[in-house]
Ligand binder design. Structure first.
Ligand SMILES: [Zn+2]
Length: 443
């Protein structure tokens, strides 16, 4: 098992200091419904320029978006310029009137992102690493779900993968191609992404899901070997989730990244691909990212305080898959590791509830709470409820909340419904106990 397979995390992006956060209480509430963007990255200059039309509804005099470090060139409403200010990473747009119906703002921007977009001119490769607002003016909060039409203008020699499904490909001048992709299921912007490079490509299909595997370094036969169990993983998680996977699924091996989930897309590192090639049992991170298609992309934590609903779930589900694929002892081994990590947290005095509000600068121990303790607590809940009620609860939770951003109370309600009894004590002890009150009592 690769030591790095659990490192997939938006949390790492947060830890690096470029976290998106939900609007604070005094910020106006708008609801973005759709982004239509044209994004033109330039590999040689490591810059990006773009224009995005943001369709939104809301009763507000002001619209606030995340814009990373992008320079804003103009903002228009119905073809007329509207005033705006930059405030840190926020773009605040003063609306000329209180808009109560669906409106569309058009924002033009450019910039040289220091993160969020990785440029590798030496390898002819460019790809995203979370933080969509570094290349697309948008709302970062995971509660804000929208559909996306993304046009990427890139050199003709590059192979492209992006969020959603490809819809067209047209010449865009200067030897470039405009690739259009459409995401029709509303998703939070941290699950928007793309990768482009001089990739070798292998394709496969499983029960109606089209699979693509891309890499600069590996051959097609090697790609097929690395991702051999992708179809099995998708079908397995469908069964556990109680909902079918919709759309295509593309996995790209990129120069350097943490594992990252996007809608219908996963970006993993070339090094990780080579590790799996040498040792197929290191496929845990592939499974982790696939699990995120249900727990993370489809059902998303409403704010980062409930991030364990994304990462504790993906970690737990990976172990369940590994147990199915490689034998029950593999699952038991993972549980023992989670428990040992939690024991270490307790010994260090850094244990705390899974629902944890202080994400401004999470430590490695905070991440361990969300990932390993989160997975361990799901295992304990499985023991507490028994197989039948637990999995009926998981299916009920996942089905009822597909396409929604949720918090721990949604999960609690679904599990309580199939447990047939009150789970308040379990949740208070293990999951949503008083915030930031220090160590929990051991079992
Ligand atoms: Zn993850």
């Amino acid at each position: 098992m690769s030591s790095g397979w659990r490192t997939c995390s938006y949390l790492l992006a947060i830890a690096a200091g470029f976290a998106p956060f939900a609007a604070t209480a005094d910020e106006p509430v708008i609801d973005v419904e759709h982004y239509r963007a044209r994004v033109e990255p330039d590999l040689a200059t490591r810059t990006v320029r773009g224009v995005v039309s943001i369709a939104f509804a809301g009763d507000a005099k002001e619209a606030v978006f995340d814009a990373g470090e992008l320079e804003i060139d103009s903002v228009e409403l119905k073809g007329s310029p509207v005033p705006f200010v930059r405030e840190g990473s926020k773009l605040r747009i003063a609306l000329p009137e209180r808009l109560t119906r669906r409106s569309t703002l058009q924002v033009r921007y450019h910039g040289a992102p220091r993160f969020g977009l990785e440029f590798h001119p030496d390898r002819n490769e460019i790809y995203t690493i979370f933080s969509a607002s570094q290349w697309l003016v948008s709302v970062d909060a995971p509660s804000e779900r929208a559909t996306l039409d993304l046009e990427l203008v890139l050199p003709a020699a590059l192979v492209v993968a992006a969020t959603g499904r490809p819809t067209s490909r047209k010449p865009a001048g200067d030897g470039r191609i405009a690739h259009r992709w459409r995401l029709t299921t509303p998703a939070p912007s941290f699950t928007y992404g793309f990768a482009a490079g001089r990739y070798t490509e292998a394709r496969n299909a499983t029960a109606g899901t089209r699979l693509r595997f891309l890499s600069t370094d590996l051959r097609t036969d090697e790609l097929r070997q690395v991702f051999a169990n992708t179809g099995d993983m998708i079908r397995f998680f469908e069964h556990r989730a109680g909902t079918e996977f919709e759309g295509d699924y593309t996995q790209v091996l990129v120069t350097r990244t943490i594992g990252q989930e996007a809608a219908g897309l996963a970006l993993l590192s070339e090094q990780y691909g080579k590790t799996v090639l040498a040792d197929p049992t290191a496929e845990g991170l592939i499974a982790h990212e696939i699990a995120h298609q249900w727990w993370g992309v489809s059902v998303t934590c409403k704010d980062w305080g409930h991030f364990w609903l994304n990462e504790g779930f993906a970690t737990f589900m990976t172990a369940v898959y590994l147990g199915h694929r490689h034998g029950a002892s593999e699952y038991v081994e993972q549980v023992e590791k989670w428990k040992a990590r939690w024991e270490k947290l307790k010994a260090a005095g850094t244990d705390h509830p899974l629902v944890y509000s202080a994400w401004s600068n999470p430590s490695a121990d905070d991440r361990a709470v969300v990932y390993q303790k989160g997975a361990y607590v799901l295992h304990l809940l499985r023991l507490e409820m028994g197989e039948d009620a637990f999995w009926r609860g998981i299916r009920g939770y996942t089905r009822a909340n597909a396409g929604r951003s949720v918090d721990t109370n949604d999960f609690k309600a679904a599990m309580t419904a199939t447990a047939g009894r009150d789970l308040t004590d379990f949740f208070a002890r293990w999951i949503d106990g008083p915030l930031d009150t220090g160590p929990l009592k051991p079992l």
